[in-house]
Design a protein around this ligand. Structure first.
Ligand code: SF4
Length: 274
């Protein structure tokens, strides 16, 4: 895959940063092998970003309002609690993702002690065991469901989200996902699979995006981070034939930055395939 120099996120060293949000892949290790995943063709897949590198990133961007810890499976990083606590100490919202395939008592305790300063997004692509295993390659459905329920009991539901990415392979299960989020009492975020940057899933057929939008609108689901609206990504716009409803790409205008598990500023995932 090539990359476009036009879509290279600003490096941390590139002078005064105006970034308000940092997305940091704190590991590229994950027990799952999802069909949508951009990391399945990335090498190596075992990197763990250390706390010093994370701290350097955070200190390089003094205007940060939120820091997303992603991956890979972020909960596999042994330093994640130190990273979360650094965000708390600096008044930055810790925006944490997980597949809920692993349980980290120290992470749960750190979040429980800091109500309101974090968001936890649990990424689940299916609402049943067979669909889950087909999508993720991991026979972990029972453990994932139990972990999500325990998270809700321990942390409450205010800052807990269910997230799902919809491609052709799991579009038929979207109703089940919505019902699962309602049963668990969790807010739901929906995004369509992005047809560049990696993964082996099938992009939604033209017109099928409407099915996803209907759910997003009907359930008030957060859609690309903006309720019922698309963010300003030109690749998404072109891929799905939709009109952008918001201003420019946050990566291009420098308000959002992204680092890989080696601590390197990276090009936008969406643009890599162009
Ligand atoms: S859980 Fe996330 S990081 Fe892990 S394989 Fe699936 S999409 Fe990739």
């Amino acid at each position: 895959m090539g990359s476009t120099s036009a879509c290279t996120f600003p490096a941390a060293e590139a002078g005064a940063s105006k970034a308000r949000r940092a997305t940091v892949d704190i590991t590229d290790f994950c027990p799952n092998r999802c069909i949508i995943c951009s990391r399945t063709d990335a090498k190596p897949l075992m990197r763990m970003l250390g706390f010093p590198a994370f701290e350097k990133i955070i200190r390089s961007h003094p205007s940060l309002e939120s820091a997303a810890m992603e991956g890979g499976e972020p909960w596999c990083n042994p330093d994640i609690v130190k990273m979360i606590n650094l965000c708390f100490a600096r008044g930055i919202m810790a925006d944490i993702s997980t597949s809920a395939t692993v349980w980290r008592e120290d992470v749960v305790q750190a979040l429980a002690a800091n109500g309101g300063k974090w968001r936890l997004q649990v990424h689940i692509p299916s609402a049943d065991a067979a669909g889950y295993e087909k999508f993720t390659g991991n026979n972990a459905w029972d453990a994932v469901l139990a972990n999500v329920q325990h998270l809700a009991e321990r942390l409450g539901r205010e800052s807990l989200w269910l997230r799902t990415t919809i491609c052709a392979e799991n579009l038929g299960g979207l109703k089940g996902i919505v019902e699962l989020s309602e049963k668990l009492g969790l807010k739901l975020g929906i995004a369509p699979y992005i047809p560049v940057g990696g993964g082996n899933a099938t992009v939604l057929a033209p017109g099928k995006i409407d099915s996803v939008l209907v759910y997003a609108a009907a359930y008030g689901a957060d859609f690309f981070g903006a309720k019922g609206k698309f963010t300003g990504c030109p690749v998404l716009s072109a891929s799905y034939g939709i009109t952008l409803q918001q201003g420019g790409c946050p990566g291009l205008n420098g308000t959002s930055i992204h680092y890989d598990a080696g601590g390197n500023a990276r090009t936008c995932e969406y643009m890599r395939g162009n």
